[in-house]
Write a protein that binds this ligand. Structure first.
Ligand code: UDP
Ligand code: MG
Length: 325
């Protein structure tokens, strides 16, 4: 049987500090998988440079010249983690039998890839890497992530808890995945929708090997909002419920006010007026905001702009001559 061509997709944004170690460790994995005849010896580690401002691309370029198993793709600007991943997966699909996506910072134990491949050979199309413990993450990160999974599952979005974007996809799962043309890609929400036979592999999460998190609080919140509003219309429904409740309360208050007027007990109602003014104003603004979030998504979708642009592609040029793979 032909050995599967594996591509490991690694999104990188300003990762010059970790890249050397990451490529060494991933090469170790690739070599041992080749030796154990689990993957084809052409298999690739594909670094996706997400518009880094440091030397990331120079490093990727030089590694890919000196190592036949390393290649890279340079995006024309910063598209964010999900955009970089999407670009990598789209490129990798063309020649790979299976792909693994992993962050550049070595927080996810690279050895799990060996188990991923075992599962692939057992016939699984989707293998999720799941963090066993998160004690190396900060208290804040752990709990904010937990709260996020809880909210998502309450909203009816099926996600694998403690699974980020560390996973294996077979070619046919990847093909299905690439048919999802949505603008705000929230990849870990889409993968469970693909179906196919899936399984989990547990591993310990380490601290970032070097450098700082490229996900500051602001990006994290935006990511969470995107995740929720891309997958659930529950916020819009909630809005309707709140609106109905407010309306009913309004009727009650109206009747109360009329009764008061009739029995002539009208007092200067400044307090109640101010409270209701602010409350209604607030609810309306929240409502408009939530609607705006969805309208904005439709707006983006309708424009159907390309979701990423590749500036340089070492990966493709490496395989131009033997695309028969
Ligand atoms: N990343 C990216 N583009 C960005 C931000 C991050 O490609 O705009 C990459 C980054 O290089 C890393 C991965 O996404 O490989 C996850 O980022 P990070 O480790 O900073 O996030 P955290 O683990 O702190 O959530
Ligand atoms: Mg990280």
């Amino acid at each position: 049987m032909k050995k599967p061509f594996l591509t490991i997709v690694v999104p990188c944004y300003n990762e010059e500090e970790v890249l050397e170690e990451t490529s060494l460790q991933l090469m170790g994995i690739v070599e041992s998988l080749v030796v154990s005849e689990s993957i084809s010896s052409d298999s690739q580690i594909m670094f996706v440079d997400d518009g880094s401002k440091d030397r990331t691309w120079e490093l990727i370029d030089s590694y890919s010249q000196s190592n036949k198993n390393i290649s890279g793709v340079k995006l024309s600007r910063n598209y964010g983690h999900q955009g970089a991943l999407l670009a990598g997966l789209t490129e990798a699909y063309k020649i790979s039998d299976c792909v693994v996506s992993i962050d550049a910072d070595l927080q996810d134990d690279v050895h799990a890839i060996i188990e991923f491949m075992e599962k692939y050979h057992e016939g699984f199309d989707v293998v999720y890497g799941v963090r066993d413990k998160r004690e190396t993450d900060t208290f804040f990160k752990r709990n904010s992530a937990l709260a996020f999974y809880n909210i998502m599952s309450k909203l009816g979005v099926n996600m694998v808890p403690n699974h980020a974007d560390y996973r294996l996809l077979s070619k046919r799962a990847l093909a299905e995945f690439l048919r999802y043309k949505e603008e705000n890609m929230f990849i870990r929400g889409i993968v469970p929708l693909l179906g196919f036979k899936s399984t989990k592999v547990y591993y310990n999460r380490n601290e970032r090997f070097a450098g700082e998190s490229k996900y500051p609080l602001k990006k994290m919140i935006l990511f969470a909002v995107d995740g929720i509003t891309s997958f659930s219309i529950a916020p819009i429904r909630l809005l309707l419920v709140v609106g109905v409740v407010m309306f009913l309360v309004g009727i009650g208050l109206g009747i109360y006010a009329i009764v008061q007027k009739v029995v002539d007990q009208v007092v200067p109602g400044w307090t109640s007026l101010m409270i209701s003014l602010w409350m209604i104003g607030g609810v309306q603004l929240i409502g408009i905001g939530v609607l705006g979030e969805y309208v904005g998504k439709i707006f983006k979708q309708v424009k159907a702009r390309p979701r990423f642009t590749i500036e340089e592609n070492v990966f493709a040029s490496k395989f131009e001559n033997n695309k028969t793979n």
